[in-house]
Design a protein around this ligand. Structure first.
Ligand code: NAD
Length: 499
């Protein structure tokens, strides 16, 4: 249902969930109040108003959740056959398909992504579940010809690593939680998930739905709370075997330190500062919207955003004119408005951070040629910032070196291929990047030259679980998708059998 201003009214199920008052933690198959007794408020970033109250779990809640996950791991779940786990994942697929609209509305309200964007992510989410359900029946070890004397046979088995601590950010939890949950269900691991304090609602609702779909009690647990408390308690817990972390590089460092307690295995999917390189022979009709949305999608709150837009000097002016034209088509507005292309920033803190970078950029000598301000009028209470363009940016400026995580596009001119590659590589991060050129040889030389986990050619942002996605350098390690993802939820057990 839509109101006269083309805003969606929340469906009954989404409204009922959001308005429950206080949301507890989800442990051992049930919602319960946090042991900590503490509460945090989560805001609607489109309005700046309190949306819901969340349990602020602490060490005692994490202890309880880890115990539930450990018991489930050692219980009947361990003996589920691959087919049974696959069937469970197919039931999860069905539940997500059926409840997606409700989940999308919760997500859009809670984290501010435009509802049209969240709705459009349904196909990708369902595809991810299909991928992991196929992986459930594709776990295999090896047998070897060995060099041992006598009749000793050898083989290697794959076994689930155990209890996974999942720690995820706020910039798209509805989908990103499944990189952890679905991998655990496919391999027979169990999970304690700590969503981000600014956007936990879709994760809490998913936990309930998965339980209804038949995920056994204790296999998936969710503890909401602050990073420094619940997150740290999970990362340093001696009975958690592995941490699957997505978030900032700074937090990634704390997790590496905390994980030393029991030498946890780690998957770290961290920040980025990707270069999007546009050559003079590029098809600008594709490259301009491609590069723009490579930054502005999700209001710039995407790890692989191509925020350093490297443009060959001879077309800087044409590119810039077309970019400014394109930006006029982007409506900024509340997440539930069906015309909104760019929603709010997640929080006041993040908004202040984005605005401070725009200021820093100008003081460093960049030229602000579009946006740069918080939006006022009807949007004044939400955390909205205009799509921003900074021109004449040099790669040594802080705005070109540090992750801003907002709708801020920096244009960096370059002269030739060699210089473009050098600029792209001159950064601590190595998450993603793109190249736009009609000459495939140029494009492939650039792909070859850049040290980064993902490169797109004449497009931006495609991800398929079959292919995978991950970073290098300070963007972390571990894979999302591909067979490598499953491998990290398993360990190898070598077996020697004397006949
Ligand atoms: P963040 O690092 O502040 O928080 C991420 C999660 O870690 C949250 O749940 C938070 O509560 C928790 N946390 C914070 N401090 C902790 C601590 N000391 N110990 C344990 N947990 C702690 O990141 P954010 O601001 O929520 O998200 C934005 C960041 O995430 C950006 O840097 C972005 O690039 C990155 N990101 C990366 C990917 C990827 O696939 N590489 C995907 C999405 C987001």
């Amino acid at each position: 249902m839509t109101d006269s201003d083309n805003s969606l009214s929340l469906c009954e199920a989404a409204l009922e969930f959001i308005q429950r008052g206080e949301h507890g933690v989800f442990i051992d198959g049930a919602v319960r109040p946090a042991r900590s007794g503490k509460v945090i408020e989560t805001l609607n970033p489109s309005t700046g108003r309190v949306l819901a109250r969340l349990a602020a779990g602490d060490q005692s809640d994490i202890d309880l959740a880890v115990r539930a996950a450990r018991n489930a791991f050692e219980g009947p779940w361990r003996r589920w056959t691959p087919y049974r786990r696959q069937e469970l994942l197919m039931r999860v697929h069905g539940v997500l398909d059926k409840h997606f609209e409700e989940l999308a509305q919760i997500e859009a309200t809670d984290m501010g992504a435009p509802i049209t964007r969240v709705r459009a992510s349904k196909a990708a989410l369902l595809k991810m579940i299909l991928f992991f359900s196929a992986q459930a029946v594709n776990i295999k070890g090896e047998t070897f010809l060995n060099g041992l004397p006598g009749r000793v046979n050898t083989l290697s088995l794959k076994a689930p690593v155990g209890v996974i601590g999942g720690i995820i950010p706020w910039n798209g939890p509805l989908n990103s939680q499944f990189w952890v949950l679905a991998a655990a269900l496919a391999t027979g691991c169990t999970v304690v998930l700590k969503p981000a304090e600014d956007a936990s609602l879709s994760v809490l609702r998913v936990a309930e739905l998965l339980h209804e779909a038949g995920v056994p009690a204790g296999v998936i647990n969710v503890v909401t709370g602050l990073g420094a408390e619940a997150g740290h308690a999970l990362a340093s817990h001696p009975d958690v075997d592995r941490i699957a972390f997505t978030g900032s590089t700074q937090t990634g460092r704390s997790i590496i330190e905390a994980s030393g307690v029991n030498i946890k295995k780690l998957q770290l999917e961290l920040g980025g500062k990707s270069a999007d390189i546009i050559f003079s022979d590029a098809d600008l009709a594709k490259a301009v919207p491609g590069a723009a949305m490579g930054v502005y999608a999700n209001s710039g709150q995407i790890c692989f955003a191509g925020t350093r837009v490297l443009v060959q000097r001879s077309i800087v002016q044409t590119f810039t004119e077309q970019l400014l034209q394109f930006i006029k088509t982007l409506k900024v507005g509340p997440s539930l408005n069906l015309e909104t292309r760019l929603g709010p920033i997640i929080s006041q803190r993040q908004l202040d951070n984005v605005l401070s970078y725009i200021d820093i950029g100008q003081r460093e000598g960049a030229q602000l040629i579009h946006g740069g301000r918080r939006l006022a009028g009807e949007l004044q209470n939400g955390f909205f910032v205009e799509p921003t363009v900074l021109a004449c940016v040099r790669n040594d400026m802080r705005i070109a070196r540090e992750e801003i995580f907002g709708p801020v596009l920096s244009i960096i001119p370059f002269d030739d291929e060699e210089e473009a590659i050098a600029i792209a590589n001159d950064n601590d991060y190595g998450l993603a990047g793109a190249v736009w050129s009609r000459d495939i040889s140029t494009a492939l030389r650039v792909v070859d030259g850049i040290h980064t986990g993902t490169m797109w050619v004449n497009c931006y942002g495609h991800i398929d679980p079959l292919v995978g996605f991950g970073g290098t350098k300070m963007s972390g390690y571990g894979a999302k998708g591909s067979a490598a993802h499953l491998d990290t939820y398993l360990y190898t057990k070598s077996v020697y059998i004397e006949l």
